[in-house]
Unconditional design. Structure first.
Length: 288
C-alpha cells in the first residue's frame, strides 16, 4: 500500500543518520525500511536521493544500479535499451494503476537498492581498523564495539561471522591497552578463542586496576621505603670512615696537644717552634 512521506520526514531522516560516505549502513537500512513501508513511486525515490545523499553519492548509486539491471535471464544486462527501460534517469510514463506499471516500479526499487548496496562496498582499508586503539580509561566493551564498527565500515568483512573471528580477536588483543594486551597474549591458542571469552577476561583486568588514589598511596608508601633504606646506608658509610681513621684519643688535663708530654699546654710547649721577634732583629742590626 502506497504511503507518501512528507518533506519534514525526509529532513528528520537526514538529521538522524550519518552521511552515506561515512557510514553507509544507516541510510541503507533506512531505505530498506522505507521501500517496504511507504512503497515509494519513481518521483519519491528521486526525492529520497536528492535529500539524503550528496550529488557524488547519488551519481555513484545510479551508476552501480544501472550495472545491475537484470536481463531476460535474470542476470545483469549490458543492453542499453533494457537498462534505460528498467532504470530510467528521467521520469517514466508508468501507470501505477496497472500490473505492468507496478511491476516496472518494483524492479526499479529493487535495482536502486542493489545499487545502494554496491556503492556502500568500499575497498578494504585495514589501516583504519588498526587505528582503533583502546583508550586508557575506555571499557573493553565500548572498545570492542568501536573495533567491530570499523570492520563493518572499512572492510567487506562481517565481524560477527565465524570465519572472521580470528581477525577480530587479533585486532582486539593487539590494539588493547598494555595491561590487557599482556594478559591476553599469555593465553594459549589465542586465535581460536571466542571474542566474548576474551572480552570477559579483559573486563576483569580493567576492573582490577587501581584507582588514582590507590596508585598515589602505593607510590607514597614505596617512596617511604626507599628513604628509610637510604638513611641507614649513609650512616653505615660514616661509621666505616670513622673506623678506618680510628677514634680520636682524648687528652689528659695537663697534657700538651703538640708533644703529648705532661706539665704544660700547647701554647707553652718548648718543642713547638716560635716565630722570630722582629723587634730584636732590628736592635741587633743597629748595634753593629
Amino acid at each position: 500500500m502506497y504511503w507518501p512521506f512528507s518533506t519534514s520526514d525526509l529532513y528528520n531522516w537526514k538529521s538522524q543518520n550519518a552521511w552515506f560516505s561515512d557510514n553507509p549502513k544507516d541510510l541503507t537500512s533506512l531505505l530498506d525500511s522505507v521501500m517496504f513501508t511507504h512503497q515509494p513511486t519513481w518521483d519519491d525515490c528521486q526525492q529520497l536521493l536528492r535529500i539524503l545523499f550528496t550529488t557524488e553519492e547519488r551519481e555513484i548509486i545510479q551508476v552501480e544500479a544501472r550495472k545491475l539491471v537484470p536481463g531476460d535471464d535474470g542476470q545483469p544486462t549490458a543492453n542499453p535499451d533494457l537498462i534505460n527501460a528498467a532504470f530510467p534517469l528521467t521520469r517514466p510514463r508508468w501507470d501505477y494503476n496497472t500490473a505492468e506499471g507496478r511491476g516496472r516500479l518494483l524492479i526499479y526499487r529493487q535495482t536502486l537498492m542493489a545499487g545502494l548496496r554496491a556503492a556502500a562496498r568500499k575497498p578494504t582499508n585495514l589501516a583504519k581498523v588498526y587505528s582503533v586503539l583502546q583508550g586508557k580509561t575506555e571499557s573493553p566493551a565500548v572498545y570492542l564495539e568501536r573495533l567491530m564498527e570499523a570492520f563493518r565500515q572499512f572492510t567487506p568483512m562481517d565481524p560477527e561471522a565465524p570465519e572472521n573471528q580470528a581477525a577480530v580477536v587479533m585486532s582486539f588483543v593487539n590494539q588493547a591497552t598494555p595491561d590487557i594486551k599482556r594478559k591476553l597474549q599469555k593465553l594459549e591458542g589465542l586465535e581460536g578463542k571466542q571474542i566474548q571469552d576474551l572480552l570477559q577476561m579483559a573486563q576483569r583486568v580493567y576492573n582490577n586496576r587501581d584507582t588514582p588514589e590507590e596508585k598515589q598511596f602505593k607510590a607514597t608508601k614505596e617512596m617511604t621505603k626507599v628513604l628509610v633504606a637510604a638513611f641507614p646506608q649513609a650512616g653505615n658509610g660514616q661509621n666505616r670512615k670513622q673506623k678506618k681513621q680510628g677514634p680520636r684519643q682524648g687528652l689528659e688535663k695537663d697534657q700538651c696537644a703538640y708533644c703529648k708530654e705532661h706539665g704544660h699546654w700547647i701554647k707553652d710547649c718548648p718543642k713547638k717552634r716560635r716565630p722570630a721577634n722582629p723587634t730584636s732583629v732590628l736592635v741587633t742590626q743597629d748595634s753593629d
